[in-house]
Design a binder for this molecule. Structure first.
Ligand code: CDP
Ligand code: CDP
Length: 226
């Protein structure tokens, strides 16, 4: 059962998912991508022909949303019912719908309860949980809390570099819009009290993983030794 909780928040493209997954591999921890849950819900809403804006209908249907996610960093998957949607949740139509679904307080409460239960039952010693409100709402008491940031320019460039079919300006525009919409719901641009900022603007991937691992080691040592 996981006893060490590491909470990581940050804006889109800051490196949360890839860095958290790699740090979890290095520490032999579990890993939870909370954004994937919101994406899985948005995918399901679209699949059922519901409007992402119809929050009452979504809240009412929530008990039927049968979602599962892998917490092993080497066996990551997302399913709804029998359908594997690991790839489908990254589609642009899902990215466009997700903020609308994620802004509804009843939906956030529902998924937060799910996250806490996944965290508690994770099989390894520790779990790294990443998202937007993990350091502040989902796990404000976690012994390690990190805000992973990078300049807007660098974040946009990283995201564009992953894609071959869409043009960079369009990607940057969508990301900016999503960050702006998400920021109205939770503040993930400034570190809350006690949260350590790791700025990855000038760090490459491995350097960022090392910086995050350093913070985890320092903070867990502090907790262990009083
Ligand atoms: O990977 P990327 O930064 O593009 O986004 P994500 O982590 O997959 O999250 C997708 C969306 O889920 C975000 O744009 C937010 O609308 C929502 N989200 C949230 O509201 N709270 C979280 N803890 C995680 C994600
Ligand atoms: O989850 P989030 O949206 O915060 O970011 P991500 O999907 O983990 O990272 C976006 C891209 O940036 C990935 O392709 C990472 O490999 C890359 N990245 C990088 O090149 N250098 C870093 N220091 C951090 C991430």
């Amino acid at each position: 059962m996981a006893e060490i909780f590491v909470a990581i928040d940050g804006p889109a493209g800051s490196g949360k998912s890839s860095i958290s997954k790699q740090a979890a591999r290095r520490l032999r921890y579990n890993y939870l991508d909370t954004g994937a849950a919101y994406r899985a819900l948005a995918w399901w809403v679209l699949e059922r022909g519901m409007s992402p804006a119809d929050s009452d209908a979504i809240v009412e249907a929530l008990p039927d949303w049968d979602y599962d996610i892998g917490v092993d960093p080497d066996e990551y998957f997302v399913t709804v019912g029998e359908t594997d949607i690991t790839e489908a949740i990254r589609e642009p139509r899902v990215s466009s719908a997700v903020s609308g679904v994620a802004r509804v307080p009843e939906i956030r409460e529902h998924v937060n309860a799910l996250f806490r239960s996944i965290m508690r039952s994770a099989p390894r010693d520790g779990i790294i949980v990443e998202g937007r409100d993990i350091t502040t709402v989902v796990a404000p008491d976690a012994p390690v809390r990190i805000l992973l940031t990078a300049s807007e320019e660098v974040r946009m460039a990283r995201r564009s570099a992953e894609l071959t079919t869409e043009n960079a300006t369009e990607v940057a525009d969508q990301l900016r819009k999503r960050d702006a919409a998400d920021s109205r719901v939770v503040d993930f641009m400034t570190a809350a009290e006690g949260v350590v900022t790791v700025d990855s603007t000038t760090l490459n991937f491995d350097q960022t993983v090392d910086a995050v691992l350093d913070v985890i080691r320092q903070q867990t040592a502090r907790t262990t030794h009083g």
